[in-house]
Each structure stands twice: as C-alpha cells, then as structure tokens.
Design a binder for this molecule. Structure first.
Ligand SMILES: Cc1cc2nc3c(=O)[nH]c(=O)nc-3n(C[C@H](O)[C@H](O)[C@H](O)COP(=O)(O)OP(=O)(O)OC[C@H]3O[C@@H](n4cnc5c(N)ncnc54)[C@H](O)[C@@H]3O)c2cc1C
Length: 387
C-alpha cells in the first residue's frame, strides 16, 4: 500500500491548489479525483482578476478567453439597473482546473483521476483511506489528508460534525444563441418571487453563449428559471439549452471546526464561500494554497497534530474570515426585505453602495434613505445591527 505525506481529495479549485503547494514543499503528495477529468461540477465560472493573481496564474486564451468588466443588478421590478464595476473572467473551468492540476503534477504531485475515496480510518498516526480506482478497490495511507471534496465531503461526514452547514439549491443551463446586449457584463436579477432568498444570473461566455442559472432557498429552481427565460424572450427567444446541471452551494459561512490532527477540510467542504453571492472559486483556491503549504511542511517536519495544522485556519481567517462573516450578515438582512423594499433600496443606491452594502450598509447613504423612506431605513438599520 502506498504511503504519502499528503493526500488531497478532490481536484476542484481547492484541491488543485493544495496539491501544488504541498508538492512544492517537497512533500510526497497525491491528488485523487473521482471523475475522469477535472471540472465536472456545474459552475457559472465567474471570477474576479484577483482570483487568478492569488492562484499565481496568468489568464490564457485556453481557460480565460472571456473577459468581463462588471455586472448589472436588476431589482425585482426591473425598472432600473445598477452597474457594479469589477474586472474578471468567465473561465473555461474544466480547462482551468486541468491546467492547475498539471502544474501540481509538474511540482511533483501524483495526479490520479477516476479514484473515489469512500472511507477513512486512523491507523498508527496515519490516515488510512479506502476507495475505488477504475472500479477496483484500492487504499493508501497519508500523514495528512486534505478534504477538498466539496459539499458532500466524506472526510467531513466522518470526522467534522458541520452542525451549521446550510446549503441552497443551484440550477444552471448552458445556453447558446442568447441575444445579450453587452457580453462583457454579467446580469443579476433579484426578487423573492423570481428566486426566493437568492438570485438569477446570466454570465455571458461570448458569441451568444451564456451560463444562465438560479440559486434559491427551497425547491422549484427549474420551474422558476424556465419562467424567467420565458418572460425574457428578447434575450432568449432564439436560445437553445445545451445542458442542465444542479448542485448545492453552502451559504452558512465557515463551519465551526475544519482542522484536526492529520486532517483538514478546504473550500466548499469547510463552507469557505461568500454567502451573499455563493462565490467560492477564489476563497477555495486561497484556502487550498494555504492548506497544502501547511500540510506539506508539517508532514515533512513530522508534526501533524491539530495545533500545528491550525496555522492553516488562522492564516485563512486573517484573509477571508471577516469578509465571509459580514457577507453572511448581509445575506440574512437581504432575505428579510420584501420585493417592494428591494425595489426602493436598489432605486436609491448606486453600484458602489451595493458593494458597500454587501459588506455592511453604507452609512452616508443611510442618512438619505432615512429622509426619503424613514420606516425602511429603520428596518435596514435594525436588521443590520441585529443580524
Ligand atoms: C451552479 C453553481 C454556480 C456557481 N458559480 C460560481 C461562480 O460563478 N463563481 C464562483 O466563484 N463560484 C461559483 N460557484 C461556487 C464554486 O463552484 C465552488 O465554491 C467551488 O467550486 C468550490 O471548490 P472546491 O474545490 O471546494 O469544491 P468542488 O469544486 O466541489 O470540487 C470538489 C471535487 O472533489 C471531487 N470529489 C468529491 N468527492 C470525492 C471523493 N469521495 N473522492 C474523490 N474525489 C471527490 C469532485 O468530483 C470535485 O471535482 C458556483 C456553484 C454552483 C453549484
């Protein structure tokens, strides 16, 4: 049976980074992915440019061909739209992840597709993982296992209780022949009738293609997305659906514990997602980068206890902890506004205010809102302070 310093489970954004940085430490590293290729999970594939900077990759035509310059946010009545700036890309995520997995391989990690881990046990200071590779039983041992295996993480199920781990349902169509006004701008539609406690997105990929999806609390995602598409015939009159996919998105913030002796969770598995937007590519890559480095060094030094490995959580929290928890508060507030209130708030705010509001309400705008809509302003203030 093979024994590794670090075994990384899952070749999503977290895993391809963790395997790379662990291998760069000189740790004997394996990256195991259950699918036969990376990037099979549905995703709208949008990232800001800083995500690529943090991943230490330059955008290439191969995986970052479609550039974006911002987003339009539409309130429930769609009478006005607010532009929010931001440079980024709609990735070809399978190509992006394949390229980062290759980079991990070039740094010395063994990259194995078609290998599904099904259970873990602790054995003489090591973790013993068992599963199936190309349908045949296989097993391995590792000093540290980094669980980058997404919302359904088996490592989490066995070793981390994740008591507070709410997820929302996300459903997406890959569409062609869309008539989009500006293919460099994302479009986001909010409103509890359209997408209860969530939103509908159109992420253009160029030449009339787009990822069109919905994230919401509760059921009925497909029905509501179909209704939206029907009601927006100017955009989708000639469009065709090429593929539909669904997956959960964790929106409860970081789970209470995700590091213990020999083990760490990373990315979606640890709830490292921005709750208000459901964006998790950037956060997962940063988490993976830190986790792999810490795991690789710790395994090489022979100190793989919880204390040593918790350096990963401390470093991640210093970068993203506050942003994730303020975004969670903003999501809780957003859920409590009615569609009429969201119309008024959006009418009143500009793009920067919305960005500020995602991180806590803009105080200067609160004064103006107070003058024109005092009851709503008090509700905004009350909810933001009490959530
Ligand atoms: C519809 C949808 C749209 C989204 N759009 C965006 C967006 O535009 N921008 C953004 O930033 N975020 C978006 N997200 C969120 C983003 O996709 C995730 O936050 C991110 O992919 C998390 O990365 P990860 O590496 O933690 O997990 P994942 O991407 O889920 O990767 C986990 C990997 O582990 C593998 N795996 C699972 N179990 C096992 C096992 N037992 N053995 C071996 N391998 C296993 C899986 O096959 C998978 O490859 C979206 C999510 C959804 C569902």
């Amino acid at each position: 049976m093979d024994t590794y310093d670090v075994a990384v489970i899952g070749a999503g954004p977290a895993g391809v980074m963790a395997a790379w940085t662990a291998a760069k430490q000189g740790a004997h590293t394996v990256l195991l992915e259950r699918e036969t290729a990376a990037g099979r999970k549905p995703c709208a594939e949008g990232v800001l440019s800083e995500a690529l900077d943090d991943a230490e990759v330059s955008p290439t035509r191969e995986f970052a061909a479609h550039r974006i310059t911002g987003a339009f946010l539409y309130p429930p009545n769609e009478k006005k739209r607010v532009r929010v700036g931001g440079d980024g890309y709609i990735l070809d995520k399978p190509a992006f992840l394949a390229s980062l997995a290759e980079r991990a391989g070039a740094a010395g990690a063994e990259v194995v597709y078609g290998a599904r881990i099904e259970s873990y046990s602790r054995d003489d200071g090591l973790v013993h993982a068992e599963g199936r590779r190309d349908s045949q039983p296989f097993s391995l041992k590792a000093k540290v296992v980094v669980g980058c295996d997404g919302t359904g993480s088996i490592l989490a199920r066995q070793f981390f209780p994740r008591r507070n781990y709410p997820v929302i349902a996300a459903f997406q169509y890959d569409m062609v022949n869309c008539q989009l006004e500006d293919e460099a701008t994302l479009e986001i539609f909010i409103g509890h009738k359209k997408a209860p406690a969530g939103y509908i997105w159109i992420f253009p990929k160029g030449k009339g293609t787009a990822n069109v999806g919905i994230g919401l609390k509760g059921s009925g995602a497909k029905l509501l997305l179909d209704k939206f598409i029907q009601e927006h015939s100017s955009l989708f009159g000639d469009a065709k659906i090429e593929r539909s996919q669904a997956a959960p998105v964790p929106v409860g913030g970081e789970v209470e514990d995700y590091v213990t002796g020999n083990m760490m969770l990373c990315g979606d598995a640890a709830g490292q997602v921005i709750p208000l937007t459901g964006a998790g590519i950037h956060t997962s890559m940063v988490a993976g980068k830190i986790a792999g480095e810490v795991a690789g060094k710790a395994a090489r030094d022979g100190d793989i206890g919880a204390n040593r490995l918790s350096e990963y959580k401390n470093r991640f929290d210093a970068l993203w902890g506050e942003k994730i928890s303020t975004s969670l508060r903003a999501l809780e507030s957003f859920e409590r506004f009615s569609d009429d209130e969201l119309n008024i708030i959006t009418d009143f705010l500009d793009g920067q205010d919305l960005v500020d509001m995602a991180h806590g309400f803009s105080p200067s705008k609160a004064v103006g809102l107070m003058l024109r809509h005092p009851i709503l302003a008090m509700k905004v203030a009350h909810q933001l302070m009490s959530s």
